[in-house]
Every structure is written in structure tokens, then in C-alpha cells.
Design a protein around this ligand. Structure first.
Ligand code: UDP
Length: 249
């Protein structure tokens, strides 16, 4: 497959997207740039692009094997991956297992409190508005997605949560919360898109509850690079060890 095309289609905060010879396929290149608080805080996390790309691909492959449709096609280098070209649904789907971040702040629940069940939230993906929390009715009225699609997003998000909690538990990590994005393929299928990485998940060491994710950058906790490396090393190990169907270990 031709991956040499250089036409930049889109540049986001953490990734660039390039066209390929195949109109149904794009090449994503991950950057080391980091932003937080809706772009107010900016910096670099050395090696983040390579880690997020590889870690996200391992997790997408794992989810795909367990029946979650994704945009993932093939990793082409440490920092680059070929994915199906989709139209991103402008709804950020957040799943929470423990209280943290905006949930703790908005509702006054102490960080680290166990939630009695996984919570799914929808946010309108709109930087100018600061990604506001929305209800299903908002999403339908704004024309972001149909009601049935929102049900599909909710059920996919809960399936992803279940699979990720189990995988991260094998890594000695607690999945506190995470954000995912979905896209529509040209034939209307909804697939998991974007990335799953320490940029988009809160991950704490199961024993010590040390934060091993982007909160180290957001909150100036130090050892940011080490945390990303640590998470990636654990995920690599867990993915290599887990027996997959048809593959002997
Ligand atoms: N998140 C993300 N991108 C965003 C907002 C949130 O990846 O634009 C992730 C964040 O890393 C966390 C989860 O979604 O794992 C929930 O984030 P929250 O709503 O608590 O907001 P935050 O405290 O990160 O501003």
C-alpha cells in the first residue's frame, strides 16, 4: 500500500493526518506535542507520539479481536499508522469507573471514589465551546447523531470499558476513566477511531494508586515521560502474553 503521499489533510493537537493513494485509507502521524485545559497549557512529552501510536494499536487490535469494530488497519512505523478514513462523530464519549477530573469537580465527589456502575457521558466535540457536557436530546437536536446511534455509542463504550478494565488489570493498572471517539465509514458503519493512550485515559497503579497518565502533565507532577514509558511497557507485556485465538503462546 502506498504510504508515501504527503498531502496533509488535517493537523490536530497530537496528530497529523495524511492522504494515501487509497481514498478509503489515511495515514496518522503522532506528535510529541501535549496540550491541556483546552489548549491553554502547551508542552512536549518526549517519546509520547511513538508510545501513544504503538499502545493505541495494541489496544485497538485487542478490542477488534473481541468484536469491537475499529478504524485500525496497520502500523507502518513507530509513530505512524494506516487507518480507515471515517467521518468523526463530533461527540466525545467518556466512560468513568472511579471519580476524577471534571466529574469530581462538578459534582463534589472525592477523586478516587468507586462508582457503583460505569458511567457514560457525552461531550460536544467543539474546541471553541470547550467541549461542553451534553444530553442525548442535545446531541439529536444539534444533529450530531441519531438517537439509535447514541445508544450504539453507549453500548460500544461500555463494552470497550469492560475489555479495557480487564486488560489494564493484567497490567497492574486501574482504569479510572477514558475518552473515545467514533467515526462513520462511507457505508455508514460506526467504528472506534482516534486513540486510546495515557493522553486519553486516567490510569493509576493498582497497588500505589500513582497516576501514570496525562494528569502528570496537567498537574505538573513530574516524571511524565517515565509514566508513559511504564504504561507502554506493561501494556506490551500484557498484550504479548495474552493468548489469542489461533495463536499459540
Ligand atoms: N479526555 C480526553 N480529551 C478531552 C477531555 C477528556 O482525552 O478533551 C479524557 C481525560 O484524559 C480523562 C477522561 O477523558 O481520562 C475524562 O476527562 P474529564 O471530563 O474528567 O476532563 P479533564 O479533567 O481531563 O479536563
Amino acid at each position: 500500500m502506498d504510504i508515501v503521499s504527503d498531502t496533509l489533510l488535517y493537523e490536530g493537537k497530537a496528530k497529523k493526518v495524511f492522504a494515501t493513494a487509497d481514498p478509503g485509507v489515511v495515514r496518522v502521524a503522532y506528535k510529541d506535542d501535549a496540550t491541556a485545559f483546552n489548549g491553554l497549557k502547551r508542552g512536549q512529552i518526549q517519546g509520547k507520539g511513538a508510545i501513544n501510536n504503538q499502545m493505541s494499536n495494541l489496544l485497538f487490535a485487542y478490542l477488534q479481536e473481541h468484536g469491537v469494530p475499529t478504524h485500525f488497519i496497520e502500523q507502518v512505523s513507530e509513530r505512524e499508522t494506516l487507518v480507515r478514513k471515517v467521518r468523526i462523530i463530533p461527540v466525545e464519549v467518556v466512560v468513568r469507573n472511579l471519580a476524577a477530573g471534571s466529574f469530581s469537580k462538578r459534582l463534589g465527589v472525592a477523586e478516587g471514589t468507586d462508582l457503583p456502575q460505569a458511567l457514560v457521558e457525552f461531550y460536544y466535540k467543539n474546541d471553541e465551546l470547550g467541549d461542553p457536557l451534553i444530553t442525548d436530546d442535545h446531541a439529536v437536536i444539534l444533529g450530531l447523531a441519531e438517537r439509535e446511534e447514541l445508544e450504539q455509542l453507549r453500548s460500544l463504550a461500555l463494552r470497550i470499558d469492560h475489555l479495557l478494565v480487564s486488560k489494564f488489570s493484567d497490567c497492574g493498572l486501574l482504569l479510572v476513566d477514558f475518552k473515545v471517539e467514533f467515526g462513520r465509514t462511507p457505508d455508514g458503519e460506526i467504528v472506534l477511531a482516534d486513540e486510546i493512550s495515557p493522553d486519553t485515559c486516567r490510569l493509576w497503579d493498582s497497588e500505589t494508586r500513582k497516576k501514570l497518565d496525562k494528569d502528570r502533565f496537567r498537574q505538573d507532577l513530574g516524571d511524565v515521560e517515565d509514566a508513559y514509558q511504564e504504561v507502554f511497557a506493561r501494556v506490551k507485556l500484557a498484550c504479548a502474553q495474552l493468548p489469542r485465538e489461533g495463536r499459540s503462546v
